[in-house]
Design a protein around this ligand. Structure first.
Ligand code: GAL
Length: 649
């Protein structure tokens, strides 16, 4: 197993390196990640490549028997390049240039950037292809992060038009698909089509979805060409990866497409960031880890694991003693096999003065150093468990077309895609089972339960895939707005919602209501033996059951004969429909009912105590992480605030 740190020897007086490496070794580190922002250090002037600094660093790392993950440096480019070719700089929605000074401001559609990044990467990887200590290449750094997936410049505009031309072939076809007759937007030729800059009210929804697809294509075209380049040049003993940042569903690129050619997926795990007063929920962190594992359907690396408080200009929540360590346990539970922490030591200069690492600015081994050290000691004992594959019987399914469609048309002020995904992930997570988070392109046949949160785009292909799933006896859970749109982001004509999945769900959505801040409607159980009641916010579908059985109905004057939650027996399976932003308690009851019916056994634990099962060769292990500041107990095992442990049953 690899345990390591993100190290930036170029940030420090080089005399510190010997003691840094010694302390890292003492902490248990066997790998460091270097290089990913150091283009200028490698090419101070155009064409004058010089890797002597890193040669020296690698020599020292070798002496200490430390392995290396080397980052290609294209996430930040040298000032001379921006000065010579300002067209490499991307532009925002108001056509303002993103100036040199931050990071990731390059345009994915700049031919010049392609050329220069190819040159530096060629030189760098060729230089180190025989270097034994470099066992992996990290391509670029966090593609698409911090808004860098968007650019509205002239180069993008031109390539967007070509992209549309290739897709639609004729302008008539595009006009027809977009419905440009509306507001008299009909185009006579492709060169009249705008990129969606700021306008009054909003752009055409199909144009917006095509724009998102184009952004994804632009980013992945660049990323995959870089990945292929590194693969072509690297040594045989070296692998290729890239590090993904969080916030997946706010980004405009298909992550599966981005990672499909990598040897393994790497993730930067930051459960808290600048400005947040508390970390994201345990369920949401778990969901992100399951998403990362789902990309290649295999275990992954974390190459940046948070240890201290983070933030550029505004700092966020301070992880409490043992809390960041607990997040490391949680990550290994969910399929992380190797981990590097960000960063070895907090920097005194530059934009990340307030991104705290393992060591603080005082350069002393403190609490965080000891936490990492003890974590490495502990986790090293479980290598066989850590590298074992995770098999889930429940999958939460997303589709980036659907995510982007929502992104442009939230339909309720309270709508947030990630929240809606977590709303349905969370009740299953609470049962302490293995869950995969996968794209709609994946094979469904190995699962017993599929959960499709707010899947408003459902076309014939997906409908058929879901039909076969129910034929094989599977259970499907939809939530509101399911199936109302086609792949062009247009509403199905002549069909009652949920359109292509109407028969499957056995319902008709007769009316809809967008619910705003503070507007929750009451719902109550219609099952005779239950007096359960709850509420629903963000949205509600007002449902008439056809073949389905109502489970909850609305409890208000005009709609009390209509259902909010239903279940339908369909083919050999069952299909649930959650018609709104229903509260967690109700969803947890539904989830446990589904698991019981499908013979999936969860583990009972108290709130905020995650008990994640791992099965290996008939042996069962539990990764127990206490996400709360209170002491918790699980089957006579006491866990202090934020304490974690691994037990063998
Ligand atoms: C990550 C990034 C690192 C560093 C870190 C700060 O998103 O990859 O380079 O900026 O955040 O927390």
């Amino acid at each position: 197993m690899y345990f390591g740190v993100d190290y930036y020897p170029e940030h420090w007086d080089i005399d510190l390196i010997e003691s840094d490496l010694k302390r890292m070794k003492e902490m248990g580190v066997n790998i460091v990640r270097i290089g990913e922002f150091a283009w200028h250090l490698m090419e101070k002037e155009e064409g004058k490549y010089d890797f002597s600094f890193f040669d020296m660093v690698i020599e020292k790392l070798n002496k200490n028997e430390l392995k290396v993950m080397f980052g290609t440096p294209t996430a930040t480019f040298p000032a001379w390049l921006a000065k010579k070719y300002p067209s490499i700089l991307s532009k925002d929605e108001k056509l303002m240039v993103r100036s040199f000074g931050g990071r990731r401001q390059y345009c994915y559609n700049s031919d010049i950037y392609w050329e220069y990044s190819e040159k530096i990467v060629r030189k760098l990887v060729s230089h180190y292809k025989n270097e034994k200590s470099i066992i992996s290449w990290q391509v670029d750094n966090e593609f698409g992060h911090e808004g860098s997936d968007m650019c509205f410049c002239e180069q993008c505009q031109e390539k967007f038009r070509s992209f549309l031309k290739e897709k639609y072939e004729t302008i008539e076809k595009l006009n027809e698909t977009y419905g440009t007759i509306f507001w008299g937007q009909t185009y006579n030729s492709f060169d009249e089509i705008p990129v969606p800059l700021k306008t009054i009210t909003t752009h055409n929804p199909t144009l917006q979805l095509d724009w998102a697809r184009f952004r994804s294509y632009s980013l992945n075209n660049y990323a995959n060409s870089q990945i292929r380049l590194v693969r072509e040049l690297k040594g045989e003993h070296q692998t290729v990866t890239t590090n993904l940042s969080g916030g997946f569903f706010k980004k405009f690129y298909d992550h599966e497409e981005n990672t499909k050619e990598l040897d393994f997926v790497s993730y930067d795990n930051y459960p808290v960031w600048g400005g947040l007063k508390e970390p994201v929920s345990p369920a949401e962190i778990a969901m992100t880890l399951d998403f990362i594992r789902g990309l290649q359907d295999k275990n992954f690396w974390i190459v940046e694991q948070l240890m201290g408080a983070q933030g550029h200009n505004v700092i966020g929540y301070l992880p409490r003693p043992d809390q960041a360590k607990m997040w490391a346990y949680q990550a290994f539970a969910h399929g992380c096999e190797n981990m590097l922490w960000f960063r070895w030591r907090g920097m005194t200069k530059g934009a990340e003065q307030f991104c705290f690492g393992i060591i603080d600015h005082d350069n002393k081994d403190g609490r965080k150093y000891n936490e990492v050290k003890s974590f490495i000691e502990d986790m090293s004992k479980y290598e066989n468990v850590v590298i074992s594959p995770i098999h889930s019987e429940v999958a939460v399914v997303y589709d980036f077309d659907n995510v982007w469609s929502w992104n442009y048309q939230q339909q309720s002020q309270k709508f947030n895609f990630t929240d809606e995904l977590v709303r349905l992930y969370s009740p299953f997570y609470e049962q302490n089972i293995n869950i995969d988070v996968i794209s709609v392109k994946k094979d469904f046949s190995k699962y017993k339960v599929l959960v499709l949160p707010v899947m408003q785009i459902i076309d014939k292909d997906l409908q058929e895939k879901l039909e076969s799933f129910t034929e094989a006896g599977g259970t499907i859970v939809f939530s509101y707005r399911a199936g109302i749109k086609d792949k062009d982001n247009n509403i199905h004509f002549g069909k009652t919602a949920p359109c292509l999945v109407k028969e499957m769900t056995g319902i008709e959505v007769v009316e809809i209501e967008s619910l705003q801040e503070g507007q929750d409607v009451k719902i109550e159980s219609v099952v005779e033996t239950s007096s359960d009641s709850g509420k629903c916010g963000v949205w509600r579908d007002i449902i008439k059951t056809v073949t389905a059985t109502p489970l909850y109905r609305y409890k208000d004057k005009f709609y009390d004969e209509y259902a909010c939650v239903t279940v339908n027996k369909y083919k050999s399976g069952e299909v649930y429909y959650i018609g709104g932003g229903v509260n967690q308690e109700i969803l947890e009851n539904i989830a446990s009912e589904i698991l019981v019916k499908n013979g999936i056994k969860g583990v009972k634990s108290s709130k905020d105590l995650e008990v994640y099962p791992r099965n290996i060769d008939g042996e069962k292990y539990l990764f127990i992480t206490n996400h709360s500041s209170e002491e918790k107990e699980f089957e006579n095992i006491k866990l202090n605030s934020y304490e974690s442990t691994v037990v063998k049953l």
